[in-house]
Design a protein around this ligand. Structure first.
Ligand code: AMP
Length: 398
C-alpha cells in the first residue's frame, strides 16, 4: 500500500493544513507528561517551513463534548510547540469561528496558526460535511500526520480529504513512518512473534485479540482484561474488573488459540487490593485465591517470571496495554518489570497505545524500544488488517 507522500507536493509558499495528533497525556496538575506526539509532528512542520509555507495546525485533545471546554484547550500544546520549534505559534480562539477563519486568511508565510481543539465542534466526530468544508477552506493543501486518530472517520481526518485532489493532499512523515512500520510487522514479522496485551477491558481490544491470533505465536494477557478470562476459567476473581457479557468471547479466544496452536498465557498471581486506591491495603495472591471483595490491580512476581521465560526466545514483541494500574505506584511494579525486560530484549520491540508509551517513558526505557507508535487504537486496527478511514483517501490507486 503506497500513500500520497508530502515530498511529492508542490508546497512552495502555499498555505498548508496539517492534522496532527496532539492528544497527549496530562498529569494531575495539567502538565504534559509525555510530549512524544508533539515531538513526532516536528519533522513535517519543519519541512513545510522550509518550503516557505504558512501553516495551520489542527488537533483534538481529550473528549470535550462538542462544545468549548477550557479544560481541553490546546494552550499547553501551543506553548510546548513554541519551545520545540523555537518560533511563535498563534492559538486561535476557536476552530472554524470568526477568529480562526480570519487568522487563517491573513496567515503569512513561515507563520504557524494552531486551531482550538477540533472536538469543540460537534461536527468533528460526526464527520460533518459543513464542518469539513469550513476546515478545508482555510488552506491550499491538506496533510494528515495524525496516525493516532487515523482510525476515526472524523471531519479533520476523513471528511476534509474530499475537498483536496491527489496533488493537494498527502501523508506527513509521521503517518508514512507508522504505516510503513506496521506493514512490515504484519507481512513479515521475525518469529517467534509475541503480543503482550493489557489495559483495562477486553471490550476495547476484543477485535484486535481475535485478529492477532492467526498472526502471532504467543499472546500474554495482563491488566484488568485478564480477569474476564480467569473468571471464565472458573476462578473466583473477587471484585476484579470483569466484563460478564464477554465471558463467551473470552472462551472463544482461548478456543481459537488452542485451535491455531497459539500459546496463550494468563497471570498466575496478582497484587490484590481491598480498594481501588493508591494507599489501599494490598497482598500477593495466586490467581485462584483472590479473596472475596478484593480486586486484582497488577500482575504478581510469579507472572513476571513466567512472562520473562515466555518472552526469552521471541524475535518480535508487540506490547499494547499496561499490566496493572500503573498510575498508582503500588500497582506499577508488574508493568515496570515487563517494560525493563522488553527494553533489554534483543527482539524487535514495538509499543503501541498512549498508556503503554507513557509507561515506558515514565520508567525511562523508551530509548531502548525499537519502535514506539503514537497510535494505540490505530496500530491495533492496522494489525487487524483494516485500512484506516484517515489513510484510505491517501492511498495511491494502481
Ligand atoms: P486501556 O486504555 O484499555 O489500554 O487501559 C489502560 C488502563 O487500564 C490504565 O489506566 C490502567 O490503570 C488500567 N488497568 C490496568 N490493569 C488494571 C486492573 N487490573 N484493574 C483495573 N484497571 C486496570
Amino acid at each position: 500500500m503506497e500513500l500520497l507522500n508530502i515530498k511529492n507536493l508542490d508546497l512552495n509558499s502555499k498555505k498548508v493544513f496539517i492534522r496532527c495528533d496532539f492528544n497527549v497525556p496530562m498529569d494531575e496538575f495539567g502538565n504534559i507528561s509525555d510530549d512524544r506526539r508533539i515531538r513526532s509532528a516536528i519533522a513535517t512542520i519543519n519541512y513545510c517551513l522550509d518550503q516557505d509555507c504558512a501553516i495551520i495546525l489542527a488537533s483534538h485533545l481529550g473528549r470535550p463534548k462538542g462544545e468549548k471546554d477550557k479544560k481541553y484547550t490546546l494552550a499547553p500544546i501551543a506553548r510546548r510547540l513554541q519551545q520545540l520549534l523555537k518560533r511563535e505559534v498563534t492559538l486561535a480562539l476557536d476552530v472554524v469561528g470568526e477568529d480562526a477563519i480570519t487568522k487563517a486568511k491573513e496567515l503569512e508565510r513561515h507563520k504557524i496558526l494552531l486551531l482550538e481543539n477540533t472536538r469543540y465542534e460537534s461536527g468533528e466526530m460526526k464527520n460533518d460535511k459543513n464542518f469539513s468544508s469550513k476546515l478545508a477552506s482555510m488552506a491550499d493543501f491538506y496533510i494528515n500526520d495524525a496516525f493516532g486518530v487515523s482510525h476515526r472517520a472524523h471531519s479533520s481526518v476523513a471528511g476534509i480529504t474530499e475537498y483536496f485532489d491527489v496533488s493537494h493532499k498527502a501523508a506527513g512523515f509521521l503517518l508514512l513512518k507508522e504505516i510503513d512500520f506496521f506493514a512490515k510487522l504484519i507481512n513479515n514479522p521475525a518469529r517467534p512473534f509475541a503480543a503482550i496485551i493489557g489495559g483495562s477491558k477486553v471490550s476495547g481490544k476484543l477485535e484486535a485479540l481475535i485478529n492477532l491470533l492467526p498472526k502471532v505465536d504467543k499472546i500474554l494477557i495482563g491488566g484488568g482484561m485478564a480477569f474476564t478470562f480467569l473468571k471464565q476459567l472458573g476462578y473466583d476473581v473477587g471484585n476484579s474488573l470483569v466484563e460478564d457479557d464477554l465471558l463467551n468471547d473470552a472462551q472463544h479466544i482461548m478456543d481459537q488459540a488452542t485451535k491455531l496452536g497459539v500459546k496463550l498465557y494468563l497471570p498466575v498471581d496478582v497484587v490484590a487490593a481491598e480498594k481501588f486506591c493508591a494507599d489501599s491495603i494490598s497482598k500477593l495472591t495466586p490467581a485462584q485465591e483472590i479473596p472475596d471483595g478484593w480486586m486484582g490491580l497488577d500482575i504478581g512476581p510469579a507472572t513476571v517470571r513466567l512472562y520473562r521465560e515466555v518472552l526469552a526466545d521471541v524475535q518480535t514483541i508487540l506490547w499494547n496495554g499496561p499490566m496493572g494500574v500503573y498510575e498508582m505506584d503500588k500497582f506499577a511494579r508488574g508493568s515496570s518489570k515487563i517494560a525493563h525486560f522488553v527494553a533489554d530484549s534483543y527482539a524487535t520491540t514495538v509499543v503501541g497505545g498512549g498508556d503503554t508509551a507513557d509507561l515506558v517513558q515514565r520508567i525511562g526505557v523508551d530509548e531502548e524500544i525499537s519502535f514506539i507508535s503514537t497510535g494505540g487504537g490505530a496500530s491495533l486496527e492496522l494489525l487487524e488488517g483494516k485500512v484506516l478511514p484517515g489513510v484510505l483517501p491517501l492511498v495511491i490507486e494502481d
